[in-house]
Design a protein around this ligand. Structure first.
Ligand SMILES: NC(=O)c1ccc[n+]([C@@H]2O[C@H](COP(=O)([O-])OP(=O)(O)OC[C@H]3O[C@@H](n4cnc5c(N)ncnc54)[C@H](OP(=O)(O)O)[C@@H]3O)[C@@H](O)[C@H]2O)c1
Length: 194
């Protein structure tokens, strides 16, 4: 028996996971109450977070002591930070400055997540952690790709493209919803296209 691993990622319509420059703000400025409630409900379930080192470092900068930003105080983010967390890294050192039970695990995420999937009593979820999740998808370890598409195109300011250099996949749509009349959440089961 293995538990489910979900790669949860926010995206512009043109496939960017972030932006540089511009004045978009968190969620590209398109969040609404339905999205925030839905996120809180999803993160309310018992689960373990898995982050790549760079995403952890970025969260620490955005959410750590003294951080300011529109999305910092959102209840789902507080809930995410309170969940048990594994950060896969050979460069970060403990103790981690994180409110939940968070630990660094050394090694390749492919081995770490394969083991966690066998041993964890609760489902696994990763937010962001783009290069780590691309590697996990190529290794067939990602069961669900949950893409939340915000209604923006960021041809000028987009950064952190989500799937550059990824393997090829067929996607089975297993859930979809529209939130706040403008945001699409799509949940797919990926299968390597061979
Ligand atoms: N759109 C969204 O939902 C969202 C959310 C959060 C963040 N982000 C974006 O995501 C980006 C950060 O992601 P990232 O791709 O730079 O890094 P990442 O995936 O967060 O972290 C990469 C690090 O994870 C560790 N790792 C262990 N095994 C790995 C493997 N098999 N493959 C890859 N990494 C492995 C390595 O750490 P060591 O070098 O320490 O060993 C590696 O350097 C930022 O641009 C951020 O803005 C997007």
């Amino acid at each position: 028996m293995t538990v489910t691993y979900t790669f949860d990622v926010f995206s512009s319509l043109d496939g960017f996971g972030s932006y540089s420059g511009g004045d978009w703000g968190g969620y590209w400025g398109k969040q609404g109450p339905e999205l925030l409630d839905h996120r809180l409900a999803q993160y309310g379930a018992e689960q373990r977070m898995v982050f790549g080192a760079n995403t952890y470092r970025e969260f620490l900068q955005l959410l750590g002591p003294g951080a300011q930003g529109s999305d910092v105080a959102d209840p789902w983010v507080a809930r995410m930070r309170s969940l048990p967390t594994t950060v896969v890294s050979s460069t970060l050192e403990e103790p981690l400055d994180w409110p939940g039970d968070a630990h660094v695990v050394r090694g390749d995420a492919i081995d770490v997540v394969a083991r966690l999937k066998r041993e964890s009593a609760v489902p696994l979820r990763s937010h962001g952690s783009l290069s780590m999740n691309r590697a996990l998808m190529a290794a067939n370890l990602v069961d669900r790709v949950q893409v939340t598409i915000f209604p923006v195109i960021t041809g000028q300011t987009g950064s952190a493209p989500i799937f550059p250099g990824a393997a090829d996949f067929d996607l089975e749509l297993i859930e979809h919803r529209t939130l706040d009349g403008r945001i699409q959440e799509l949940v797919y089961r990926p299968t390597l296209h061979v």
